[in-house]
Design a protein. Structure first.
Length: 162
């Protein structure tokens, strides 16, 4: 990982309130033009629910949800949730990612991210000595009837600032 200081862009740094961040993400072109919508973002940024609508523009050649959109709908959330909950004393980055396509996406889907205090405490304890912490997080992308369409895993890098 680079030793450069982690910085949030000036415009993005203005989104200190969860509703401002939610609305800003819904207007963010990669989400806005891909049928992706942040439906709910809790005030403490420990729960986020995202929806990908099945539209002609979000389907592939065979009429199922485009895999890139399934991944994009999940991409920023683990890193963002952890960064906002740990605060400026920590550097937080995405390190790795993988997606497992389970079933064809023939309907709109959602992904719900839930970050618990136990997980945050575990990360803080592991990072206390200044060493990097690498931890995997997973989220299922599901249809309204509960069918799992994809499972996305993200590895997050966390280190206490020096």
């Amino acid at each position: 990982m680079s030793s450069a200081v982690q910085q949030v862009g000036r415009v993005k740094a203005l989104a200190t309130h969860h509703r401002t961040l939610q609305h800003g993400m819904n207007l963010w072109p990669p989400f806005l033009f891909s049928g992706i919508r942040v439906e709910r973002m809790s005030p403490d940024l420990r729960t986020v629910r995202v929806r990908l609508r099945r539209l002609p523009a979000t389907t592939n050649y065979v009429g199922t949800l485009f895999g890139g959109s399934l991944f994009a709908m999940t991409d920023p959330f683990w890193m963002l949730m952890i960064l906002r909950n740990l605060g400026p004393a920590y550097v937080v980055w995405d390190k790795a990612a993988e997606i497992d396509f389970i079933a064809p996406g023939r309907a709109s889907v959602t992904a719900t991210f839930e970050l618990t205090q136990d997980v945050l405490d575990e990360i803080v304890t592991a990072a206390a000595d200044g060493e990097k912490v690498l931890r995997w997080f997973a989220v299922d992308v599901i249809t309204a009837d509960g069918t799992v369409v994809a499972r996305v895993r993200k590895q997050i890098y966390v280190r206490r600032r020096r």
